[in-house]
Design a protein around this ligand. Sequence first.
Ligand code: AMP
Length: 293
Amino acid sequence: MTEPTPQATTTDRPVITRTPRELREALTGAGRTALVPTMGALHEGHCSLMRLAREQADTVVVSIFVNPLQFGPDEDLDRYPRDLATDTEICAKEGVDVIFAPEERTMYPTEQMITVEAGSMGRRLEGASRPGHFTGVLTVVAKLFHLVRPDLAVFGAKDVQQLFLVRRMVVDLNFPVEIVSAPILRDHDGLASSSRNVYLTPEERVGALSLSRALRVGADAALDGARAVRVAARAVMDAAAEADPPVALDHLALVDPATFDDVPDDHEGEAILAVAAHVGTTRLIDNVLVTIP
Ligand code: AMP
């Protein structure tokens, strides 16, 4: 009997690159390239984006960069989880070819003088709660597009306003990249997977389920119109505000997917029911697309 041939190992993938030059070298002859921009602390939600990318490209690049430009002064930039070793293992399992994990000084060697402004839509909803957030997001995404030069880039519907604004930036600024969206991935209990979920104590995690519950209850009321959606979802968040630990509502809004303006009570058609809330020191967001007949 002959010995089985050892399987070729794939330990050379992903290639970890830290600078634009290393990135360009790793992408020589890459063919159709997909980019998945992330801030690391990778979870199943990110993996679903990588799988979509893998299906559609010869080379998959995951960027891992906790972008200071998109954090407000009182936000969690310093404590945001960072673990490149674990992230690399996850990327290897998902068949990622290249990780681009630049240092802050590589991405921002000098103060960023020129930025990409998100316009009025970037000041609504998440932008209203987090001034400057979307300028930071669009600026880093534009830089990553220039550095990686992907044919397509995958973004999650969890950050629905970000997804919309990136699509809009690509159109308005003529970026030659196709934007692919991935549906929201949820943990077994319904909580939207998020790098920030690791901050939650077990008790806070139970409280955090009020966000997805409010969206479910709201969506279930869609047959009765926009007002009913808002009232039903609000009742869940009001109850959660009284619970222990309390869930402090930041915003709960039913908005037009094309403008992120609140829809009127007699709205018909699609709307996004979006929620943001603090549970303890953790800020969480979630959304669902509802169709009002
Ligand atoms: P982040 O690392 O949180 O900046 O997220 C990187 C990308 O992953 C963004 O496009 C997010 O929308 C997406 N993402 C994060 N969590 C989820 C999730 N639970 N489901 C789908 N996409 C997600």
